[in-house]
Design a protein around this ligand. Structure first.
Ligand code: PSU
Ligand code: MN
Length: 303
């Protein structure tokens, strides 16, 4: 296949794709902006290991030296983890200028979907997606992740979205855009730290194979968009909804008082929630990501 000159696959990822082996994309904003060092790097390595244990080749994605990279070395992952918020958080809009300038960027869900699709990777695992922020109806702060899901055919496996967002409006937006949101073994939208949100889902699948079949059907129809698979956090890591929602409210109030806006909002809230929970939210976050990676590898293997 003719490859874009901006796309750089690791030898392992290139070989796996050529051989038709299962491959799972992983994002890098979660490494640089989503978790503190060194847990971020340890989590990224563990995700790659879990992916392999479940029969798929991991392709951690990022922008490095002006190239869209799928499949990073351990040194590259460590670099992104140490850089933290010093590296650009790169979503769809940021890609062209970063490439033109030969710069680095940690890719969000939207940007990772773009790289995955260019590379020919159909399944991608992360923690949570961006969405409609609270008061988004006034601020118009709606993550580019949602529109990406409507136009790029990649399956994103996540633990739902966090209550730092307006979950009902996030679901309405995805419905309008025609994005299938499938509950994996659940009839309810998972809310990241908690398995339940009280928001019903109309689509449910209980086996990775069902999702793989749906992805193949969407492909056969030439659907332009992606699929969002929402996996509840494992029971043993699920947090008490009242407790975590109280903490989230506190973090939101502080973000408001400090005037945090735009792309800084999600990283600020994540760090604040981690501090206010004494690190318990980070533990939950790490374990839900592991569970998503496992599910994504099983879906990729069933394709
Ligand atoms: N939610 C998390 N952790 C994260 C993110 C979201 O629990 O690290 C990151 C993801 O990379 C996601 C991005 O794509 O934040 C969304 O940012 P924004 O709302 O600025 O589009
Ligand atoms: Mn935003």
């Amino acid at each position: 296949m003719e490859r874009n000159s901006f796309l750089k696959l690791s030898p392992e990822v290139a070989d796996a794709l050529k051989a038709g082996k299962p491959v799972v994309a992983l994002e890098s904003t979660i490494i640089s902006h989503g978790m503190p060092y060194p847990q971020n790097v340890e989590t990224a390595f563990a995700c790659e290991r879990i992916c392999r244990e479940n029969g798929a080749v991991p392709a951690t994605c990022a922008i490095l030296g002006g190239k869209l990279c799928a499949g990073l070395t351990a040194d590259q992952i460590d670099y992104l983890g140490r850089q933290g918020s010093q590296v650009t958080k790169a979503s769809r809009r940021d890609i062209p200028l970063l490439l033109a300038r030969g710069m680095d960027g940690a890719t969000t869900v939207a940007a990772t979907m773009i790289i995955a699709h260019m590379a020919g990777i159909r399944v991608f695992a992360t923690g949570g997606i961006g969405g409609v922020h609270r008061n988004g109806q006034d601020t118009m702060d709606v993550s580019a992740d949602l529109d990406e899901l409507s136009k790029t055919p990649v399956c994103v496996v996540c633990a739902g979205a966090k209550a730092i967002l307006d979950l009902p409006r996030t679901m309405e937006y995805l419905e309008t855009k025609g994005v299938p949101v499938i509950g994996f073994g659940t009839d309810e939208l998972p809310a990241f730290y908690t398995a339940q949100s009280g928001i019903p889902l109309t689509l449910r699948a209980d086996e990775p194979k069902e999702i793989a079949d749906a992805l193949n059907a969407a492909k056969a129809l030439g659907y332009p968009g992606g699929t969002l698979v929402t996996v509840p956090i494992p029971q043993e890591w699920s947090m008490d909804p009242k407790y975590i929602n109280g903490i989230i409210d506190e973090a939101l109030m502080e973000a408001d008082q400090k005037g945090v806006v735009g792309k800084a909002v999600t990283p600020f809230l994540l760090a604040k929630v981690k501090d206010l929970t004494g690190g318990a939210s980070l533990e939950a976050n790490i374990h839900l990501v592991f569970n998503n990676v496992k599910t994504a590898a099983q879906i990729a293997a069933a394709l």
